[in-house]
Design a protein around this ligand. Structure first.
Ligand code: NIG
Ligand code: FE
Length: 429
């Protein structure tokens, strides 16, 4: 019998607020979901101060808590982490969706100069204010489903100014809304038209000019590369990783989405925090990821939207104990998705994850994919007070429902909001 997680610490003399009357899916320890039935959670300032059973609270707990909050018999989970998004962009690609419905493939559209490049044209033409206004509704939808940490990539500028503008907008979203934004530079996303036929020259530009600029300005925490036959080769990815390393930035990769290029393996040798997509990942790739502790980020929304039939090698990932995260990949071309809850459902139905793996995938393992597992992703003392109160009884309901959002309260860095407050904030701007 696995042990339930419990607080190994005395209840402190004082907490700012104590949440009671909820089950806690702590996502820590070996017990399924780290479940703590009838738990209590104390916070002070922006941090979690105490997690334990309600029954183990001292008799005088009410006088030691600034406030006691009744969670109404709901479920508390860690704040959700969406660890792979391209949320900042202008325009949309509904027209290309119609073309694909008529039988033209995603790759064919990209080769004809559509695809990523059509979003590049729209994004280059949008000033900072417009980019912000077009992106904020997507962010708020995510917040309303309990996302408290989000990674946002550049990659629709492909020139220094627009890439920097995208990342500034990402950071501004994080300062205006109660969400932690982790910015990633994805200059090597597609070849911009001005470098047509000269991909190595573009990679030189990215490595020599743009990565040092992003590092200097503090605009990116990570550097990502799209490695595939319609994007960049392994050699080009390696060049980018070297440049990132030179600037002290960690790396990530879009790998094995449309074909097996050995990208995940390469990224693993650079200690990549994550390799993402992975439908065509080989056993050698899985083994390399296991060795380097690289997280497998699964993106079922993209597989669904592109009608990809191949699924990531789940059994191998499990047997090599590679941590699996799940994310929206929110982007205008391959996954115009803002619902992390729907992605949990798709990860189960399309890829075969268990509901517990799906919840791990949007909490602790997604935090790992961002190198933030010390701060977020589970309910543990000392971590950020980022959590969600759901009006559900079982954690499996989160992945089970389709299009039903039972999120009642979002607590981020200790401050509480309801989904309707966040929508009001959006409309007031
Ligand atoms: O993660 N794979 C590359 N990039 C995006 C797609 C971007 C687009 O089509 O605009 C992805 O799926
Ligand atoms: Fe992506």
């Amino acid at each position: 019998m696995e042990k339930e997680p419990s607080s190994n610490r005395e209840f402190p003399d004082k907490v700012d607020r104590l949440y009671v009357n909820a089950d806690l899916a702590t996502m820590s320890g070996d017990h399924p979901y780290g479940m703590l039935k009838d738990g209590a959670l104390g916070i002070s300032g922006t941090k979690i101060e105490w997690v334990g059973h309600r029954g183990s609270l001292p008799g005088d707990f009410r006088s030691r808590a600034g406030e006691v909050f009744d969670a109404g018999g709901g479920l508390i989970t860690p704040g959700l982490v969406d660890c792979h998004t391209h949320l900042v962009y202008a325009g949309n690609r509904a027209r290309e969706f119609e073309m694909r419905l008529q039988g033209i493939s995603y790759e064919e559209i990209a080769r004809q100069g559509g695809g990523i490049l059509s979003t590049v044209r729209a994004t280059r033409a949008a000033d900072e204010e417009r980019l912000y206004r077009e992106s904020a509704p997507r962010l708020v939808s995510m917040l309303c489903e309990g996302v408290t940490t989000i990674e946002i990539k550049s990659g629709y500028g492909l020139d220094l100014d627009t890439e920097a503008r995208m990342l500034r907008v990402a950071l501004r979203l994080g300062s205006e809304y109660p969400i932690s934004v982790v910015p990633t530079f994805l200059g090597a996303h597609a070849l911009p038209p001005e470098f047509e036929g000269r991909p190595d020259k573009y990679i030189d530009f990215v490595c020599e000019k743009v990565i040092p600029h992003m590092a200097r300005e503090g605009l990116a925490r990570f550097v990502d590369v799209f490695c595939d036959r319609i994007a960049f080769s392994r050699e080009q990815a390696e060049h980018v990783f070297e440049a990132a390393k030179g600037q002290g930035l960690s790396v990530k990769i879009h790998a094995e989405q449309l074909s097996d290029q050995g990208g995940a393996q390469l990224a693993a040798t650079y200690g990549a925090l994550s390799a993402d997509h992975l439908e065509y990942l080989s056993e050698a790739g899985v083994e390399a990821m296991a060795k380097s502790g690289t997280v497998a980020v699964l993106l079922p929304g993209a597989a669904y939207f592109l009608k990809e039939k191949k699924v990531p090698p789940l059994d191998l990932l499990r047997s090599f104990r590679v941590p699996m995260a799940v994310s929206t990949d929110c982007n205008p071309g391959s996954s115009p998705a803002v619902s992390i809850l729907l992605m949990m459902n798709m990860a189960c139905t399309l890829f075969g994850l268990t509901t517990e793996e799906a919840l791990k995938g949007v909490t602790i393992n997604a935090a790992r994919a961002l190198g933030r597992e010390g701060q977020v992703g589970s309910l543990e003392r000392g971590k950020d007070a980022d959590f969600v109160i759901w009006d559900v009884r079982e954690p499996a309901e989160l992945a089970y429902n389709i299009g039903l959002n039972r999120c009642r309260y979002i607590i981020r860095h200790g401050s509480l909001a309801r989904p309707q407050d966040l929508l009001e904030l959006l409309h007031a701007q």
